[in-house]
Ligand binder design. Structure first.
Ligand SMILES: Cc1ncc(COP(=O)(O)O)c(C=O)c1O
Length: 374
């Protein structure tokens, strides 16, 4: 006898698995597919970081869940050097990359305050903010964007605010590249007693104006979340941190220690070398900006208006007739480029495609030749 199917949570299809139908179109072209769908780095991490990974000798014992003193010191030094903010030693702790933190934090916040059951997050955004609410059995309530791309904080219902475990903000934003008003967002959180969690993993890829962090506006009631995945091309190593409100950092550090979240020892050693160096990030910035400019030019010449964003490494391109799947199919068939329909980032993104410039320059040029605009 087959047991009846359980009635509980069924994970939805992973968004990028839905691109499988487009892959044969792109792969059929001479030279193969150019995958611009997932924001996974293609460029090499620095050699000295890989050497630190190889030679750490840190494999044997359990690493500290909050990060070694050296790890936290390197992250603090980076915050001060690159973002101009100083945090105390007890205001920062490690995470295993940031996706696990984003997915897990609503659950832990709900354990801490069971009277709240809502996660507020940008309506067009990285899908894991809403998924974290689902994992916590909480409500995921999207906050719409204003015309200038900033969050429309005035649109948050007071009732939703009173139930909120947290407000997620993300600047520069994936997928739109928009820059938010972190001061206004921090102030909103404080006024409503809602922790503001600021995902800043693209901060060094800010193309318009100075880099910004929510920590410029104080640490009270806020966390900034950072990652080595994008800045140092270390998505496979899994290293990040969160910094801000000391009580929140302490609480999350304790929960995560009980749960066994640990950045592996050798990765912690490599991360110290990565956070301590900025030259490799400046080189990466030049690569991404060059690719964004070139691909925007190529697409525009092919009749698909595209412009360089204010930050991050995605082109957020309106589909000419609002048909994002149609544009994705056309780019796969004509250019061999695999791109993501904007609905992956929420219903409000449905008329756009997101194009990640995570392929070498010669592959971008291949797209240009295929579109006849080289
Ligand atoms: C906005 C945003 N936040 C977080 C992440 C997660 O990065 P990681 O888990 O590699 O640190 C990503 C990755 O694409 C992202 O785009």
């Amino acid at each position: 006898m087959t047991a009846p199917a359980p009635a509980g949570f069924v994970p939805p299809p992973y968004p990028y698995d839905r691109l499988d139908e487009l892959k044969p179109l792109a792969s059929a072209l001479d030279g193969g597919m150019v995958d611009l769908s997932i924001g996974t780095p293609c460029d090499a991490p620095p050699a000295f970081v890989l050497e630190a990974l190889r030679s750490s000798g840190a494999e044997r014992g359990y690493p500290p869940s909050i990060g070694t003193a050296a790890y936290r010191e390197a992250a603090r030094g980076w915050l001060e050097r690159r973002l101009g903010v100083v945090v105390a030693a007890d205001e920062l702790a490690a995470c295993v990359g940031t996706k696990e933190l984003v997915a897990g934090v609503p659950h832990w916040l709900r354990l801490r305050d069971p009277s709240r059951d809502t996660v507020l997050y940008p309506a067009i955004s990285y899908p894991t903010y809403a998924m974290g609410a689902t994992f916590a059995g909480a409500r995921a309530v999207p906050v719409p964007a204003r015309a200038d791309g900033r969050l429309d904080l005035g649109a948050i219902d007071e009732h939703d605010a009173s139930r909120a475990l947290c407000l997620w903000v993300n600047t520069p934003a994936n997928p739109t590249g928009a820059l938010g008003d972190l001061g206004a967002e921090a102030a909103w959180g404080r006024a409503h007693g809602v922790p503001v969690l600021s995902d800043e993993c693209y901060v060094e890829f800010t193309w318009s104006g100075p880099r910004r962090t929510i920590l410029e506006h104080g640490t009270d009631g806020v966390l900034a979340v950072h990652s080595l995945s994008k800045r140092s091309n270390l998505a496979g190593a899994r290293a990040g941190f969160y910094a801000g409100d000391a009580d929140l950092v302490h609480y999350l550090g304790e929960v995560r220690k009980h749960a066994g979240f640990m950045v592996p020892g050798p990765v912690q050693a490599a991360a110290v070398a990565a956070w301590d160096d900025d030259a490799h990030v400046d080189e990466q910035c030049a690569r991404y900006l060059g690719r964004l400019e070139r691909l925007a030019e190529v697409l525009t010449a092919a009749g698909i208006a595209a412009s360089v964003p204010d930050g991050a490494f995605y082109l957020w391109v309106p589909a000419p007739d609002g048909d994002a799947w149609g544009l994705a199919r056309r780019l796969a068939a004509d250019a061999g480029a695999l791109v993501s329909p904007g609905e992956f980032y929420g219903p409000d993104g449905a008329g756009f495609v997101r194009i990640a410039v995570v392929q070498p320059d010669d592959r971008i040029e291949l797209i240009a030749r295929r579109l006849g605009v080289a």
